[in-house]
Design a protein around this ligand. Structure first.
Ligand SMILES: N[C@@H](CCC(=O)N[C@@H](CS)C(=O)NCC(=O)O)C(=O)O
Length: 233
């Protein structure tokens, strides 16, 4: 049995999509990060990074979303190219790491500085908005000539993409984002129409996550801000 620790943010949602695509039984455990539940002692023992997602699969702990995608796809032998196909494996690793180390972090920082950071934030927002746009443009150009990230086969790379692509208008602060990224929209729409994606989206309705980003939530999510008052860098 798989215990799945999650909230409705992009990184856990990638894993929710894969779990639903695999159709394997799992128990969802909400971790309300706006209430500080990521810092509970029991959860820290699972993920020392105090972030979701994480899974415990019959005693085996895996944290970090793309590591979980690789672990589960490998375990069930689905949604990744066979080990013998080194060329396709190389593409999978490249795009998966590009999403893990580029698309995700730059999009996340773009969200932070656009929607949450105290003003003035122009320098930081300009940097992260620029980088998020640059990464999404690379994805858009790739998808002009590839139906899925790896070509003809739907894979965990597309699932990692889906977690973040749903958020693009919010990430980039653009009402007309889809006019700029029509190929991303094409793949996003296709994945959204899958039953597994609808089930993954429905997961969060089973638990009542805190909606307000109040001062208490900000203290949990942005602990660095305390330092500004005492010993700024
Ligand atoms: N590299 C990690 C990042 C995980 C991450 O940033 N999770 C966010 C939700 S998308 C979180 O738990 N935030 C709560 C916090 O930062 O305290 C992954 O891909 O799993």
């Amino acid at each position: 049995m798989i215990d799945f620790y999650y909230n409705a943010a992009p990184n856990p949602m990638k894993v929710a999509l894969l779990l639903e695509e695999l159709g394997v039984p799992f128990v969802p455990h909400p971790v309300d990060t706006r209430k500080g539940e990521q810092f509970a002692v029991d959860f820290t023992a699972i993920n020392p990074n105090n972030k979701v997602p994480a899974i415990v699969d019959d005693g085996v702990v895996v944290f970090d979303s793309n590591a979980i995608l690789l672990f589960l796809a490998e375990k069930y032998g689905q949604f990744m190219p066979p080990a013998s196909d080194l060329a396709q494996r190389a593409k999978m690793y490249s795009w998966l790491m590009f999403i893990a180390s580029g698309v995700g972090p730059f999009s996340g920082q773009s969200v932070h500085f656009r929607h949450a950071a105290p003003k003035p934030q122009n320098y930081a927002l300009n940097r992260y908005d620029f980088e998020a746009n640059r990464h999404w443009t690379i994805v858009e150009n790739h998808l002009k000539t590839h139906h899925y990230f790896l070509g003809d086969a739907y894979s965990i790379v597309d699932m990692a993409f889906w977690g973040w692509a749903r958020m693009i208008p919010y990430v980039l602060g653009l009402d007309d984002a889809w006019a700029q990224f029509p190929h991303i929209k094409r793949l996003l729409d296709e994945i959204n129409s899958r039953k597994a994606a609808q089930k993954a989206e429905g997961l969060k309705t089973r638990h009542a996550f805190k909606a307000e980003l109040d001062e208490e939530a900000k203290d949990f999510l942005f602990p660095q801000n305390k330092r500004l008052k005492t010993s700024p860098p």
